[in-house]
Write a protein that binds this ligand. Structure first.
Ligand code: PLP
Length: 407
């Protein structure tokens, strides 16, 4: 008898964002016509920028002409895009060769696929709260997970902590969901730790474009020695609105070896078999992000999302509830009032105020008692939500929700 992968039974019943979508749909069914303020899932609301749209149109046109048509492209990425991405790092003084850039169809996918490089016996070290895909991908592959808890006292930025056998370290900065960002000194500690423990860092830089300070690192490769202990995953989703178009990249340095074996070579070999390349049209659109016009235009959208984040944070401050994030990240992380549980707070915000958030408990046990607000909504949505949040009487809110409130 063929046995299915029983590790799926160890997953939570449903993926966080699927559960939010289900609850929202159920609410809408019972309250037709309600205008909801959607700040749950981190999906963008701005359309693709003009430079990308022009490149996409041109690429579609290429496909209509025999002499310009493209079939399969190199599975690791079209040279024009790999060069543009390498040059993007180069501008910040980070030496990345085009061959070290692997273009792909989404960072979520790659955060799981990358596990193909490592022995199934190697456990993952996941600082939490964390983007749920890290845990789920590791659970599905039957890998042991060491959960590294972090909280408000540490600014949601855990320091390295020795966990025997946990050699695959997931770091996300700026962090989803907390919005916390590592400094260079803090990342240096992790790089030193990885070297000392012969571990590999899987660095998720999906939100690097939201960092507003040149003093903060936007890539793990800004840290000396990272090229021999880290892989970086990045995405066009939040930087350039590609959530629906799908394009990402992974940097696997040539110098990255484990046990004398080149991970760069393994990844290249893996991609050649399991990935037939990203669509030509999509890669043309992605390359346009790095043109001067593209950079200027995506920056405008990022600035607008960050203005939204500031509005949300200011509103929460006015209403007297603790929040963090939203300074170098498009997420604001709020502590639920009166020790309320995340899903209770989520339900009450939805039912009473039409606000959709993301319950912190969905990002791991450490997220219980917190909520995440996404600033990717339209300006209209965020302005309305900020007004409601600023006027919020959290004591009354908690009483209404049945929390154990001692006023
Ligand atoms: N990494 C983090 C931390 C994210 O929040 C997301 C998406 O929300 C991703 C990766 C995935 O991005 P993609 O759309 O490229 O799959």
């Amino acid at each position: 008898m063929l046995t299915p992968n029983l590790h799926y039974a160890e997953l939570k019943d449903s993926y966080l964002f699927a559960r939010i979508a289900e609850k929202t749909a159920a609410y809408c069914e019972g309250h037709p016509g309600t205008y909801l303020l959607r700040m749950g899932i981190g999906d963008v609301s701005q359309p693709l920028c003009p430079a990308v749209i022009a490149a996409l149109h041109e690429a579609v046109e290429d496909q209509a002409h025999k002499e310009r048509f493209h079939g399969y492209l190199p599975e690791c990425g079209a040279p024009f895009l790999r060069e543009s991405i390498a040059a993007y790092y180069g501008k910040r003084g980070v030496a990345v060769a085009p061959e070290e850039v692997f273009v792909s169809g989404g960072a979520s996918d790659e955060l799981g696929h990358i596990l193909d490089l490592f022995d199934p016996g190697a456990a993952a070290l996941i600082p939490e709260p964390a983007y749920p895909a890290y845990v789920d991908a590791n659970v599905m592959s039957g890998r042991r997970i060491a959960h590294l808890p972090t909280g408000r006292a540490q600014g949601f930025l855990p320091e390295p902590e020795a966990v025997p056998g946990a050699e695959l370290i997931y770091l996300c900065s700026p962090n989803n969901p907390t919005g916390a960002v590592y400094t260079r000194a803090q990342l240096r500690q992790w790089v030193e730790y990885a070297h000392a423990h012969k571990a590999c860092i899987i660095y998720d830089a999906a939100y690097e474009a939201y960092i507003r300070s040149a003093a903060l690192p936007r890539s793990i490769f800004e840290i000396a020695g990272a090229e021999t202990c880290a892989i970086e995953v990045n995405s066009f989703s939040k930087t350039a609105g590609f959530t629906g178009v799908r394009c990402s990249w992974v940097i696997v340095p040539r110098a990255l070896m484990q046990d004398g074996i080149s991970l760069h070579r393994l990844w290249k070999r893996r991609q050649a078999t399991k990935y037939n390349g990203t669509s030509y049209i999509v890669q043309r659109g992605a390359a346009a992000v790095f043109t001067p016009a593209g950079q200027q235009q995506v920056q405008r959208d990022i600035d607008a999302y960050m203005e939204n984040a500031v509005m949300i944070r200011d509103a929460l401050e006015v209403s007297g509830v603790f929040s963090t994030g939203g300074t170098h990240a498009p997420y604001v992380w709020m502590q639920c009032p009166h020790g309320m549980r995340s899903w209770d707070c989520f339900d009450s915000l939805l039912k009473r105020f039409g606000i959709i958030s993301a319950p912190g408990a969905g990002f791991g046990a450490q997220g219980e008692g917190w909520l995440r607000f996404s600033s990717f909504g339209s300006r209209e949505t965020i302005e309305k939500a900020a007004k409601r949040l600023a006027d919020m009487d959290w004591d009354a809110f908690a009483v209404f929700a049945g929390a154990d409130v001692r006023l």
